[in-house]
Write a protein that binds this ligand. Structure first.
Ligand SMILES: Cc1cc2nc3c(=O)[nH]c(=O)nc-3n(C[C@H](O)[C@H](O)[C@H](O)COP(=O)(O)OP(=O)(O)OC[C@H]3O[C@@H](n4cnc5c(N)ncnc54)[C@H](O)[C@@H]3O)c2cc1C
Length: 510
């Protein structure tokens, strides 16, 4: 018998209570939307979300997003882990920088010329930090609950149907109704499949392994790890083994359980030594399959996070992409639900986020291409390593990995438009990053402007006036709820142009 929970139609049902689903739920609830999160797991935290398996690197875009909503301040792990991967694949004398790597070639911090990152200010937040899946989900769950998000665990979504009024989401014997459905249900997304959205891309080159093991004779291994013509292993934390075996993804796809014997055989194949694994505690596999949804929206069904894109976790970008999706989609969907914007605004979600995702997929493919065990790959790898050892090279790679160059194509004639707002210092000693917990539109003026102030005199926009020295010569700018710059000017503000940006480019009415 189907049990319909029809007493309440939610504004949004989010499929999946992983980090992206929870982050998006918080964004929507902050804008007073009613949100139900349906999560198939029971609520206990899987060992794969705890350290060491659950370690995740955050880039500057995620760091800013979490900080701006007051969430980073509740996280602790980043204070303990500066460089958890002892070393990637260093040349003698080379040290891991904590800034990440490209195909396991570490970035040399000393060579980075940060002056090339045009809009980074003295008070900018970090470009990379570490958290764990357990930590980020705990913080987000607490926040979502405080904001009134309903979260139901142990409910496995099996599909949905639609009628002109609502979406009916099926979770086993129970149905739930909402105006909008967002699939944040991971790489095997039921929502994506039920919506008939294509997941286009490339098949894997390798099986990756993460395993907690006891190694009898670790002295037989190269300290830290190695990448060679047979594959890669990394002993990044004590007894935590990561490996990459170029088997075309065959082992992962076979769905066979990972045994101690199998892990040992793979390790001996990659590193030619009779090293012995005594005991296997836990293991998981992954691949470099790279796929992206060909659209992130079908009517009132949307996708975010791994449901919309997957790729190799090399250099860790998936969670960052997903948080970026949530930050971009949250305010737009809320504006449509609250009647402040036409639903055309939601098309800009795909327009802005798809190219960012596609770049990350290519970034992961490029890494795999130069890690492959063939002479051509080794040759290109050596050249990339040389380029990364130059100042321009280190700056380029660090810029891509950290996300500091992330920019949306929002039109406009000022080069700051489309970037995350720089950490402008304010007269009260804080920075603009400290003023965004409310997710409102913000006009930041560096000189008094009555016209702009009066436009901002409404419940969805605020006006901040501040005098500071580091302004890049700007007189005023408009910051979207997700922290990206929608308009900026070095001249006296042309209020007509400003209004046009608000009403047409952003499809929002104030
Ligand atoms: C080894 C490894 C290392 C990584 N390192 C990094 C890193 O350093 N930095 C980084 O940015 N990214 C990293 N990633 C990627 C990152 O973990 C993912 O991109 C991120 O977890 C995606 O979040 P999500 O919420 O979209 O999906 P998930 O984390 O997969 O969450 C989806 C949720 O949906 C639930 N669900 C699924 N199906 C249903 C259903 N039918 N009904 C109800 N609920 C459902 C699941 O139980 C889950 O809770 C790594 C990944 C791996 C494998």
């Amino acid at each position: 018998m189907i049990n319909t929970q029809s007493d309440h139609t939610y504004d949004v049902i989010i499929a999946g209570g992983g980090p992206v689903g929870l982050f998006l739920a918080c964004e929507l609830a902050l804008a007073k939307c009613s949100v139900l999160v349906l999560e198939k797991n029971s609520g206990s935290c899987s060992v794969l979300k705890q350290l060491p398996f659950g370690l995740r690197g955050l880039n500057s875009v995620s760091i800013e997003a979490l900080y701006r909503r007051g969430l980073l301040q509740q996280m602790e792990l980043h204070k303990q882990f500066k460089t958890p991967h002892i070393n990637s694949n260093p040349k003698p004398g080379e040290k891991a920088s904590g800034l990440g790597h490209f195909a396991r070639i570490p970035i040399n911090r000393a060579k980075i010329d940060a002056s090339q990152w045009k809009y980074r200010l003295t008070d900018a937040l970090d470009t990379s930090l570490f958290t764990s899946m357990e930590e980020i989900e705990t913080v987000l769950l607490k926040r979502a609950t405080e904001l009134g998000v309903e979260i139901m665990n142990g409910l496995h979504i099996t599909g949905f149907t639609k009628n002109p009024e609502m979406i009916i989401v099926q979770a086993g014997e129970t149905t739930f109704t909402s105006q909008w459905l967002v699939g944040c249900d991971g790489s095997r997304s039921i929502v994506r499949k039920a919506a008939g959205i294509e997941f286009a891309g490339t098949e894997p080159e390798f099986t990756g392994y993460s395993a907690k093991v006891d190694i009898a004779d670790p002295e037989k291994l190269h300290t830290g790890g190695i990448t060679n013509e047979k594959g890669m292993y990394l002993l990044s934390q004590k007894d935590y083994l990561i490996m990459q075996d170029f088997d075309g993804g065959a082992f992962h796809n076979s769905n066979q359980p990972v045994t101690r014997e199998h892990l040992q055989a793979v390790l001996r194949k990659i590193y030619d030594a009779d090293v012995t694994i005594n005991k296997l505690h836990t293991a998981t596999t992954w691949t470099d399959r790279a796929r992206q949804a060909t659209t992130y929206r079908k009517g009132r069904v949307l996708l975010a996070g791994d449901a919309a894109h997957i790729h190799a976790p090399l250099g860790g970008q998936g969670l960052n992409l997903g948080i970026g999706d949530g930050m971009n989609l949250g305010w737009k969907l809320a504006a449509v639900i609250n009647g402040h914007a036409s639903d055309e605004l939601l098309n800009t979600y795909f327009k802005e986020r798809y190219p960012i995702g596609a770049k990350v997929l290519d970034w992961s493919r490029a890494q795999v291409a130069i890690m492959k065990p063939d002479p051509s790959s080794r040759a290109i790898n050596a050249i990339i390593r040389d380029l990364m050892d130059t100042s321009d090279g280190a700056t380029y790679f660090a810029g891509r990995i950290s996300g500091v160059n992330t920019r949306y194509d929002l039109g406009g004639d000022h080069s700051l438009v489309g970037y995350s707002v720089p950490a402008f210092k304010l007269s009260d000693g804080t920075t603009i990053n400290d003023k965004m917990a409310d997710a409102l539109w913000t006009i930041l003026a560096f000189e008094h402007n009555d016209a702009l102030k009066s436009i901002a005199d409404n419940e969805r926009m605020k006006y901040i006036e501040s005098t500071t020295t580091e302004t890049f010569g700007l007189k005023a700018l408009l910051i979207r709820p997700d922290g990206f710059v929608a308009w900026s000017t070095n001249k006296n503000a042309d209020v007509d142009v400003f209004k046009r940006v608000l009403s047409s480019n952003q499809l929002i009415s104030f």
